[in-house]
Write a protein that binds this ligand. Structure first.
Ligand code: NOJ
Ligand code: CA
Length: 586
């Protein structure tokens, strides 16, 4: 197993250039501004930035409608500014991932303009057409309520074109070899300019078969290997983080049995069930989701998130579970979106209650995978529900209590800065929180620092420890003869739990001592080897198992499984199983 897969334990931070920091005062954030904030990000402790689309675009879907893949939108700066930025990030040890939006282009992309104008143009086949209105034109919309169909008639082309998303986002014919070659060229271009990989937008749709006669789209998973091979050849440590909201039984298709497809995927299954657990103080469906998404190749990793730039999609919950989450976190119609989700930011969903925010973040940092933080959540920013669709949670970063939250010198930022009320920049901003040791910002900085000292989460194997109390989640991670254990109480009341750490053989003794990494209250097991804890409302604990001499005990390789018993050996020999971390463990 390779030792230094950086993404296994990274701290990702996602942001839009346009709403982060405006250096030239035109009301739109830019690369120069972002570059000036790199010291802030470095101080926070993040190790990689995921930039939402910044390429040339008419901006009808916040840049997810690209009109030129090889250029920076002039609103954000120049290609030169971009390279200065990636260089400055690299100097601080921060990697940059960028969004790769190649399921569709903008309808203003020159390829589409050519394609609709001239049926003989080579670009005609780069899109998906039909002479007649396809029978399924009014099905499969991603944005129900806003998007009317998935096929629209184009007057100029005198034909219908397919668009999985908005009508101004014609789908690329991604099965076409020339389109595939172009996708690789786009990847190669940005790799050359200093990025460490891509967050690949809408992956299930990229690889799906498309066309008027396609009744049930089929995924062409081999395309994923092609992207991977190209990327790994051009730059060994570059990765793809796939946006694929799919069911667990297809996860391995996306990762590849031999870890030969996507390096990372967002764990939507855990995300949705985590919100249910937070709403209902019931961790059982979350535990199911954790177990269902456990199998993955040893080199692959989950991207974990709480909120992102889209709505919180609850489509994978049962109707009953979904209604519980709506009632708790988005009871009003204006808080909901597309009949399936909540469009609010995290802090207002949790009533700005720092105990609950810490609980949610503690989970983000300790569930299996690599955490992805959304800009502004580190200070508990709110939302502006008067803005349409998902824009409510995309308002400018709140830096200080100076005009426009210190985001811009302009009086007219592109999206309004949240002002007044409990989430206004006057109260919620980075500058004020810097001065308060217990602020969300300083808490986040400290927890990131601790998370970096707990590599077990990213590398290790986890076990959910039974407690008989569905409101409390106890998890242990094992890696290289070291163990950590996390306890989270989802309930609004204190809970008492009893459990054993569950180490056996020579290691059983270590399980008797739990050293608290965040506070002074350590735990010693009773005579029968059980720990009894009282955890306050929404409380959380990070423990090292067996004492702080763990680094003196850490082995250089994982303990192999004992052939006969299926249990861990003494950690002296051989390699861990190469694939399917979860699948192959006892
Ligand atoms: C997924 C992105 O996350 C979302 O913001 C966008 O609207 C769609 N893809 C369409 O590109
Ligand atoms: Ca600007």
């Amino acid at each position: 197993m390779i030792n230094d897969l950086w993404y296994k334990n990274a701290i990702l931070y996602c942001l839009s250039v346009g709403t982060y920091m405006d250096a030239n005062g035109d009301g739109i954030g830019d690369f120069t501004g972002l570059m000036r904030r790199l010291d802030y990000l470095h101080g926070l402790g993040i190790t990689a930035i995921w930039l939402m689309p910044f390429q040339v675009s008419p901006q009808r879907d916040d840049g997810y409608d690209v009109a030129d893949y090889y250029g920076v939108d002039p609103r954000y700066g120049t290609l030169g500014d971009f390279v200065e930025f990636t260089h400055a990030a690299e100097q601080r040890g921060i990697r940059v991932l960028i969004d790769l939006v190649i399921n569709h282009t903008s309808n203003e992309h020159p390829w589409f303009k050519e394609a609709r104008k001239d049926p003989h143009s080579k670009y005609r086949d780069w899109y998906v057409w039909s002479k007649k209105k396809p029978a399924n034109a009014n099905t499969g919309m991603v944005f129900p309520g806003v998007q009317k169909s998935t096929w629209s008639y184009d007057e100029e082309a005198k034909a219908w074109y397919f668009h999985r998303f908005y009508e101004f986002q014609p789908d690329l014919n991604t099965s076409h070899p020339e389109v595939q070659a172009e996708i690789l060229k786009i990847m190669g271009f940005w790799i050359q300019l200093g990025v460490s990989g891509f967050r690949m937008d809408a992956v299930p749709f990229i690889i799906a078969t498309k066309g008027p006669d396609v009744r049930k789209p089929e995924e062409q998973y081999d395309m994923l290997r092609m992207f991977r091979e190209f990327l790994q050849w051009r730059q060994g440590d570059a990765i793809v983080l796939a946006e694929a909201n799919v069911l667990p039984d297809t996860d391995m298709e996306y990762f590849g049995d031999d870890g030969d497809r996507m390096h990372m995927m967002f764990n939507f299954q855990v995300n949705q069930h985590l919100f249910y657990a937070l709403a209902a103080a019931d961790t059982r469906p979350l535990v199911k989701a954790l177990k269902a998404t456990k199998p993955r190749p040893a080199t692959a990793q989950w991207g974990l998130f709480l909120r992102n730039h889209d709505e919180l999609d609850l489509g994978r919950l049962t109707e009953e579970e979904r209604q519980i989450v709506f009632a708790a976190f988005g009871p009003k119609k204006e808080m909901q979106l597309y009949d399936r989700g909540i469009r609010r930011r995290l802090a207002p969903m949790l009533d700005g209650d720092q105990r609950r925010l810490e609980l949610a973040y503690s989970l983000l940092f300790t569930l299996p995978g690599t955490p992805v933080i959304r800009y502004g959540d580190e200070i508990g920013m709110g939302d502006d529900l008067s803005l349409p669709e998902r824009n409510c949670a995309r308002t400018p970063m709140q830096w200080s209590n100076e005009p426009q939250g210190g985001f811009t010198k302009s009086e007219k930022p592109r999206l309004p800065v949240i002002s007044g009320g409990p989430y206004g920049y006057e109260h919620i901003n980075a500058a004020i929180q810097r001065r308060h040791p217990e602020s969300m910002l300083n808490w986040t900085e400290r927890i990131i620092r601790m998370r970096k000292e707990v590599p077990e989460v990213g590398w290790g194997d986890f076990t959910v420890i039974p407690t008989r109390d569905p409101a409390v989640l106890v998890m242990r991670y094992d890696w290289r003869n070291n163990w950590v254990l996390f306890v989270h109480n989802f309930d609004a009341k204190p809970r008492e739990v009893t459990f054993s750490v569950g180490l056996d053989g020579d290691n059983a003794g270590y399980g008797k001592l739990l050293v608290n990494l965040l506070a002074e209250d350590h735990s010693r097991a009773d005579g029968s080897g059980k720990h009894r804890l009282v955890i306050e409302a929404y409380g959380y604990r990070w423990y090292r198992v067996g004492g702080l001499d763990y680094l003196l005990r850490r082995t250089e390789v994982d303990a192999p499984l004992h052939a006969k018993t299926g249990r861990r050996g003494d950690g002296m020999a051989a390699f861990p199983p190469a694939r399917s971390q979860g699948k192959m463990r006892p």
